[in-house]
Design a protein around this ligand. Structure first.
Ligand code: PLP
Length: 431
């Protein structure tokens, strides 16, 4: 499906039924798989043959949907995880362990920040957070001999900073390490980070990919471009024998194209068990089938709402890379020529109290811990998703105490604007 357009990949990628087989991806609702001989199954355990033996590691439904996401991103291999959190945990832990270090953009999702700065730190992995607008020299200065990866988000949730992927990729490759990009908000419909030098892409498929608020999930995609063997001393997990699989060396046996995902499946999925349920993979696939149709509408609504907000005198500041006055307009034009996403962040002149009043007055937009959904939703990050962060950390991540994250769904933009307008009026009334 490589030569097809994104729409064709979104609809038909990953699964090619033979004659008489189900047209829709079958849900293989089975924990296990039957074999004729113990020897045949043994070969699977040694990674000598590929096949299924237990759904904690792999399942055919998941693999079909992961293959579609790999095609959409232009990668060579992919896997589904139980959530976006699990995707970022596994993507990093696959190449960094206790005593290692990772450089991350400071402008990232709050859950990822907590995963890195608190939980993975307890696992012995140290993170340095750099400004998303850091210069090449500043990124370089954060890199240590034990740094194993650089991490960032294409469009950060919720600050909506646009990452200069080429610059971060250069910093990574100058130091013989991969760039991992969380592409959740842009989706491959609006940006393919591999085309700009990223090596690994992660997703919270819970967001636009599912798009209907039906299934929590995640994905990891490998570009197949990073040469682990060329930097063998940095990545012993991929370049030296794995005793738990009779001494195979992933980078030798599966090459650049397959080593990363095979290791993450065979070791980390085996041991952590954060697999996506096949039922959820099926729901995710229904979402993927219309991703290329939905994203332009999310962008259209986001642009209309951002323009409306930017003209309203009660609004202090709007963050949306589609606005010419936005700080990330140029980077947006480069990396997101068809627009970024439907999420608009903004601050009201009345501060945090006005933000709370505004949200309470909305009728169509619902207050939810969710984003990137068919239904418009709204959230106050400082008191919810980013609650654990200090004022300084919030500011570094671009999350002001009065920031409102408004996720435009697929409704009619005139109705969303009318809702916003009446909610703004209601703050005035009570001020
Ligand atoms: C939501 C989100 C995550 C976490 O994903 P879950 O599916 O909620 O675990 C990670 N990264 C970004 C950018 C997100 O928006």
């Amino acid at each position: 499906m490589k030569t097809y357009g994104k729409g064709t990949q979104a609809v038909q990628g990953g699964y090619r039924p033979g004659s008489g087989q189900p047209r829709q991806v079958p849900i293989v609702q089975s924990t296990t798989f039957k074999y004729d001989t113990g020897e045949a199954m043994g070969r699977l355990f040694d990674l000598e043959d590929s096949g299924y033996f237990y759904t904690r590691l792999q399942n055919p439904t998941n693999d079909a949907v992961a293959a579609k996401i790999a095609e959409l991103e232009g990668g060579t291999a992919a896997m589904l995880t139980s959530s976006g959190q699990a995707a970022n945990l596994l993507a990093i832990f696959n190449i960094a362990s206790a005593g290692d270090h990772v450089v991350s953009s400071s402008s990232i999702y709050g859950g990822t920040y907590n995963l890195f700065a608190v939980t993975m730190k307890k696992m012995g992995i140290d993170f340095t957070f750099v400004d998303p607008d850091a210069s090449l020299e500043e990124i370089q200065a954060a890199i240590r001999p034990n740094t194993k990866a650089i991490f960032g988000e294409t469009i950060a949730n919720p600050a909506l900073t646009v990452l200069d992927i080429e610059k971060f990729a250069k910093a990574a490759h100058d130091n013989g390490i991969p760039l991992i990009i969380d592409n959740t908000f842009a989706t491959p419909v609006n940006c393919r980070p591999f085309e700009w030098g990223a090596d690994i892409v992660t997703h919270s498929t819970t967001k636009y990919m599912d798009g209907h608020g039906a299934a929590v999930g995640g994905a990891i995609v490998d570009s197949g471009n990073f040469d682990w063997m060329a930097h063998a001393e940095k990545f012993p997990g991929l370049t030296t024998p794995d005793d738990s699989y009779h001494g195979i060396t992933y980078a030798e046996k599966f090459g650049k194209e397959g080593a990363f995902i095979t290791k993450a499946t065979a070791q980390l999925m085996r041991d952590f068990g954060c697999i996506q349920s096949p039922q959820n993979a099926f729901y995710l696939n229904l979402g993927l089938e219309s991703l290329h149709v939905r994203m332009p509408r999310h962008v259209e609504n986001g642009q209309a709402v951002a323009e409306f907000l930017s003209r309203d005198p009660r609004v202090f500041e709007v963050f949306y890379s589609g606005l010419p006055e936005d700080r990330y307009y140029e980077l947006g034009q480069k990396y997101l020529p068809n627009g970024g996403c439907g999420v608009v962040s903004f601050r009201l002149k009345g501060g945090r109290k006005a933000a709370e009043q505004f949200m309470g007055a909305l009728k169509l937009a619902a207050i939810e811990t969710h984003v990137a959904d068919a239904r418009t939703c709204v959230l106050h990050p400082a008191s919810t998703t980013h609650r654990q962060m200090t004022e300084e950390e919030l500011t570094a991540a671009g999350i002001y105490p009065d920031l409102v994250r408004f996720s435009c769904g697929l409704e009619d933009s005139k109705d969303l604007i009318a809702d916003i307008s009446q909610a703004l009026d209601s703050i005035d009334a009570s001020a």
